[in-house]
Write a protein that binds this ligand. Structure first.
Ligand SMILES: [Zn+2]
Length: 346
């Protein structure tokens, strides 16, 4: 079968759409005929190479995909051939103290399909049944293959970690990205007043369409000053920041007293000045978040399947153009998710 692969870390030119052996599912796995899968920024990091992660090569990338169950292993009773499924990429050990305590996202051995383990951007994938969720038949493949990673991440950030309440003011940075556009929708649905930043007029209009009440062009304006002006110098209750060092000082400065900054990534670097003076005096909280529990995944995907939330599709490409899909992410072109489809299905 054919699969997106790379045999060494590097720039986009290491990406190929090559021939690999058919997957051989274990007893607890499901063989999925892949119809569509979205990229995440994680795919870019994984391609470039992450410290401490030693991948078996060639590596198939991809943490998100949806497709049809072709066959199931002997121990699988949740699915049968013909079912529509989507991948939920977090893998936990099931036996450490945090898994036993009910939060597998804290697992000592937490791994992500596509990052630490072989991914799913191929014609077929063998996926543990625990990492699949059912998808109603009416949901489009592009939607089904785009929602899981970013919506579970944004859901946990806002509901579980930042514990948002109706009426609170929430600032979402980088609203055009996958997590950003999911966070805008989730905060809006929770009854929050949503502020969103993006880098062009077109992206700002998309952010408003996702539910943002106020938008800020961060290329043109200093977002901390804009937030101060828009909130009568009070600030916002929650900032969703996955940008990192470049935005952290302004994120902290944008928070109201008692506010919470929640982060799921640090694209521009992990080590900003901490700003401890503001943190203690204004009694701020800085909260980390990674992926979601199976219960959180079920809660948020239910709302995707029924149309409450909608992953926006920025571009759909055949898997043989996965390198171009990476470029769209790296150049921050467009709004929402970039999807790849097996060439045989395109
Ligand atoms: Zn564990």
């Amino acid at each position: 079968m054919r699969s997106v692969i790379f045999s060494e870390h590097g720039d986009r030119d290491v990406i190929e759409y090559g021939e690999v052996p058919d997957p051989d599912p274990a007893d607890d796995e499901v063989l999925v005929d892949v119809k569509a899968g979205a990229l995440n920024h994680l795919d870019v990091w994984t391609r470039r190479g992450l410290p401490g992660i030693d991948l078996e090569m060639p590596h198939t990338p991809g943490s998100d995909a949806a497709g049809v169950v072709e066959s199931v292993g002997a121990d699988v009773d949740r699915f049968e051939a013909g079912d529509h499924v989507a991948v939920s990429a977090g893998v936990s050990c099931g036996s450490c103290e945090f898994c036993r305590d009910g939060d597998p996202t804290l697992c000592y051995r937490f791994q992500i399909i596509g990052e630490h383990l072989p991914g799913v951007h191929a014609e077929r994938a063998a996926v543990p049944a625990d990492n699949l969720v059912p998808v109603p038949d009416h949901v489009d493949w592009e939607i089904a293959g785009s929602a899981s990673l970013v919506f579970q991440t944004a859901w946990r950030m806002l509901h579980t970690r930042a514990d948002i309440e109706a009426g609170e003011r929430v600032l979402v940075l980088g609203a055009s990205g996958g997590v950003g556009h999911a966070a805008v929708q989730i905060a809006d649905h929770a009854g929050c007043e949503v502020f969103a930043t993006a880098s062009s007029e077109e992206k700002l209009r998309h952010a408003e369409d996702c539910g943002a009440d106020h938008v800020i062009d961060y290329e043109a304006d200093d977002f901390a000053e804009e937030i101060a002006a828009m909130t009568d110098r009070r600030g916002v209750d929650v900032v969703v920041d996955h940008v990192g060092a470049a935005t952290y000082p302004d994120s902290i400065a944008s928070l109201a007293r008692g506010g919470r900054l929640v982060t799921c990534g640090a694209t521009t670097g992990p080590n900003p000045d901490a700003g401890l003076d503001r943190i203690f005096w204004n009694q701020l909280s800085v909260l980390g978040s990674t992926m979601g529990t199976p219960g959180e995944v079920d809660d948020v995907l239910e709302l995707v399947w029924d149309g409450t939330f909608e992953p926006r599709i920025r571009e759909v490409r055949p898997m043989s153009e996965a390198d171009e899909a990476h470029r769209l992410l790296e150049d921050r072109e467009g709004f929402g998710k970039v999807v790849v489809i097996p060439d045989s299905e395109f």
